[in-house]
Design a protein around this ligand. Structure first.
Ligand SMILES: [Zn+2]
Length: 284
């Protein structure tokens, strides 16, 4: 499996000269399966430049197909979707998977941002591409998608929840866990199981521990929660993700150094750390 990071910020886009090295777009990760299929993890504003790249491929002529997995429907995880060029090309096919009890419920949530008060598109039914919606039942058995086994489990996230996904293909595993606001006790037993032994864990690293303590109700992790989750689950690589929108590149550099030290202190010297940066690729 191959990853490309298109948006690594949390909450709102963060444009600006001080943000360029890590990038200012909100959550979006491209996952290419070994089978050559395209999965898109969240569709924050990072999906817009991904869409531009896809328009140089069969997506520009309606021959593209992709599966989109949403962690939840906060704006920084869906806001790029109405600006994703391939959805306007008839013939392209997308399946959107997201946490919900039914596909109708998922459709209702996603239609909300197309409402004329928010968007001139009015409704997802106005898009040229065909869009199918598939609810991922939070405590369900998971699904098989194009030869990849996919499991979703919910993390608390402030007043709501966000789904963490585990993707497994031919013995390789990726966990995508953005927006995780654990209680003091840490991840639930189901989520610990989801993370266990993953080759790569992309984890919410929004804050320093000090900033998290001041903004506890927002439902994010600091590097303390991320390193604890990575060390407990004995993952091979921790990818830092979803940085606070106010952190400059220098702030994120410092966050990365502190994250390494925190992971070493938890006995995780063998665990690699990769800070997610827009445009970077990672092979699993
Ligand atoms: Zn977020």
């Amino acid at each position: 499996m191959e990853l490309t990071f298109w948006g690594v910020r949390g909450s709102v886009p963060a444009p600006g000269a001080d943000m360029n090295r890590y990038g200012g777009n909100t959550s979006c990760v491209e996952l290419r399966t070994q089978g050559g299929d395209l999965f898109i993890l969240d569709s924050g504003t990072g999906v817009i430049p991904l869409g531009r790249k896809l328009m140089t491929t069969p997506f520009c002529k309606g021959g593209g197909e992709a599966d989109i997995f949403l962690s939840h429907a906060h704006w920084d995880h869906i806001q790029g979707f109405p600006f994703f060029p391939p959805i306007f090309v008839p013939g392209n096919r997308f399946t959107i998977h997201g946490p919900a009890r039914s596909s109708g419920m998922l459709e209702g949530i996603l239609e909300g941002q197309m409402n004329p008060h928010f968007s001139p598109l009015y409704t997802m039914k106005n898009l040229g591409a065909s869009i199918d919606l598939v609810a991922v039942i939070p405590d369900g058995p998971g699904l098989e998608c194009r030869g990849v086994s996919v499991t979703g489990r919910m993390n608390p996230h402030g007043p709501t929840e966000a789904m963490a996904y585990r993707f497994e293909e031919n013995g390789r595993s990726l966990v995508y866990a953005s927006d995780a606001g654990y209680p003091e006790s840490g991840p639930s037993p189901e989520v610990r199981e989801l993370y266990r032994g993953a080759d790569v864990l992309i984890h919410d690293c929004t804050y320093t521990p000090e900033d998290r303590a001041e903004r506890i109700n927002r439902g994010f992790s600091s590097i303390a929660e991320a390193t604890r989750a990575a060390a407990e689950a004995q993952v091979k690589t921790l990818v830092m993700f979803h940085y606070d929108q106010d952190y400059t590149d220098e702030d994120v550099d410092e966050l990365c150094a502190d994250c390494r030290a925190a992971l070493d202190a938890r006995g995780g010297r063998d665990i690699g750390i990769v800070p997610a940066r827009e445009g970077d690729e990672l092979e699993i």
